[in-house]
Design a binder for this molecule. Sequence first.
Ligand code: EPZ
Length: 416
Amino acid sequence: MDKLLIDGGVPLHGEVHISGAKNAALPLMAASLLAPGMHTFSNIPRLRDIRTMLRLLEHMGAVCEDEARLAIDTRHIHTLEAPYELVKTMRASVLVLGPLVARYGEAKVSLPGGCAIGARPINLHLKGLEQMGAQVQLEHGYVVARADRLKGASIFLDQVTVTGTENLMMAAALARGTTTLYNAAKEPEVAALAEYLSRMGACIEGVGSDTITVRGVDDLTASHFTVIPDRIEAATYMVAAGITNGHLKLVHCRPEHLGAVTEKLKAAGLVIEIHGETVEVRGNGRIVSVGVKTRPFPGFPTDMQAQFMSLMALGDATSVIVEQIFENRFMHVLELKRMGADIELEGRTAVVKGVAKLSGAPVMATDLRASASLVLAGLAAEGTTEVHRIYHLDRGYETIEHKLAAVGARIRRVRE
Ligand code: EPZ
């Protein structure tokens, strides 16, 4: 396993190119199962989760070519199963469920199982498919879903679910009749998927609102799509500029996807200027402690909670951070405390008392965004920080050590 060695205390300066969004690319790749043909995608990030999704699609019979752009040929799908050994490494594999049932009338997908940040059930995915007429059984750790042809339904999602909305939108695209998803997710990645489905011939309205209406069609056609920039990667580098008191220009962003984070970081004292698809962020010598509650889009994203906490660890007072989406997304807290942070947990609330400095230490990554928060803390800490188990990081941050080193960070990857 690899680890990252970081010598902290260096203000970062320069330009960072933001990669394509992992959480947009994954549902787009799953959508290729809806239409036999050659689907091509540009701006796909080079990430572990993308490779896992490619392996899953190839296991099913898709032919994938990942060169300058990604080509997925789904003309010869022969297996309608997502096996445990692949799903256990990436819960987003569940995104093949809706397309398989919609297109082939059958799917056998391993239940994802738990994960570090919470139980993360898929009951809403399954309930929606049942409302669309699928027979859903749980057999030996697998979800087995069958339907001659899905039918349109009115589905109320009693919790906002990103992949749940994506799965059901894909299923509805080929259903007979109209489906309405109430309390749908409004994340930009959901909108990107809807745009690709429409390009394939789907009839979708209400995207970006909490009510999405899909009028099912008989067939869809493979097409091309360019993956949107990764708003969480961009926000992570915004924090990197602030926590090191540096000055970064993030190019190839979608500032309109960063509204809540931009406002919160400005309140925390960062100087942020937006020029088209470039976001310029500067520290100003002081980090103001501000509170935050995570919410579905357009609220402050849960995927930025850990990174924001690292910044608040060096705040000038006390910050109260409430994680309202997942029940156990504070795995980074104990590791940050080992670096000198003063954080007390009370259920889903973290009280972060700013300290004057953090000190480098060996720390362990537990999940994707927790590992990012430890890297950020290491960039600001005095001394050397060793971040272990960075395979978590490789799932969602493309060449993070190269991007950080290019703007002055003293960081290197070492094979353990
Ligand atoms: C997506 O996960 C993202 N992953 C997550 O990003 C992100 O943290 C999350 O949305 C919230 O924004 C991808 O898009 C691949 P949810 P998802 O369904 O869809 C509960 C990262 O770091 N729920 O919106 O799995 C669930 O337990 C990852 O890139 C049910 O109870 O999240 C959670 O508490 C981590 N039943 C809440 O809803 C269901 O059937 C939101 O989960 C579905 C969800």
